[in-house]
Design a protein around this ligand. Sequence first.
Ligand SMILES: *Cc1c(COP(=O)(O)O)cnc(C)c1O
Length: 379
Amino acid sequence: MKLATKLIHAGATPDPSTGAIMTPIFQTSTYVQEAPGVNKGFEYARSQNPTRKALEEALAIIENGKFGLAFSSGVAATDAVIKLLAPGDEVICANDMYGGTYRLFTKVFEKFGIVFTYVDTTSVSNVQAAITDKTKLVWLETPTNPLMNITDIASVAAITKAKKILLAVDNTFASPYLQNPLDLGADIVMHSVTKYLGGHSDVIQGCLVMNDAELREKLYFIQKSCGAVPGPMDCFLVLRGIKTLGVRMKAHCENGAKIANWLRSNAKVGKVYWPGFEDHPGHAVARKQMRGFGGMISFELKNDSVEEAKRVLSSTHLFSLAESLGGVESLINHPASMTHASIPREERIKNGLSDSLIRLSVGIEDADDLIQDLQKAIG
Ligand SMILES: *Cc1c(COP(=O)(O)O)cnc(C)c1O
């Protein structure tokens, strides 16, 4: 089945008791048992909920995986993966990734004895060189937030498979519409469902998708034991969001291309970060592993001062100044003081994230209106 069809039908079976075409919101904490231990597969809603089950099936199908697990946020999904590990285990991860992932790794898990090594994963040899006999997991994000760096998932997977190391990929920026890491050899795909999958800026949620049954059992055990599960209303909203992922992503990609090209032609704009440019260092890999380049764009101004960046950030009207991304409405963000403030300044600068970098999440409004809004703000 083609993706556009899967997005509409994945996980959707009419409700057996009524025929309702949309999976109902099972707002219940527990399920009545016929006799002790005799039940219909649902005992207590932290462990199982029918709305969540439908969503988890849908997530697995659209990521070309066998199993999906939904969590109360993207970071809760990441947290569950790291809880597979034990003190002394090592993780290799990207030196440019979502600030909240970096914070979780450094501020929460380091003190439990998990060791994180940050490398530039755009060069696969850096990953290879960082592997030790204690390496248990490689954590990739591609494209990265906010510098749009691209890592070759299949090449890293070839290394991790040979060494029996788990490979997890944060696929939030691409969404399953543009990239499917399991097909490229990853073991686990993670999403901040909050972003493109939800798509309407009305829910916080995360998920993991995998193929291996044993790995699914371990992660399900963590999901129910640690309890970071999403509520049924949120699962319903995401089931609804997934149905329009195809049409939304098509529009995000079209608008993204128009705005990236317009920014590049603007005399006041400096470097523009977007993997769709043929001279983007990751373009060839992006072309190979993605089906489009998305609506996330970062840029610097020629006048590289924080004040000028802040002036632009406060001058748009259609682009709302806010954290997050992937919703139908356009957002503008200042990574250094907002989404990535949890990364120490010297680390940020070292990895190329300047104080004046501006990040756009291009929505699905009319591109001409969005360009006019940016034109007025940039001046
Ligand atoms: C937002 C985001 C996360 C965290 O997800 P939450 O749903 O906010 O917990 C992780 N990775 C990336 C790339 C993100 O953009």
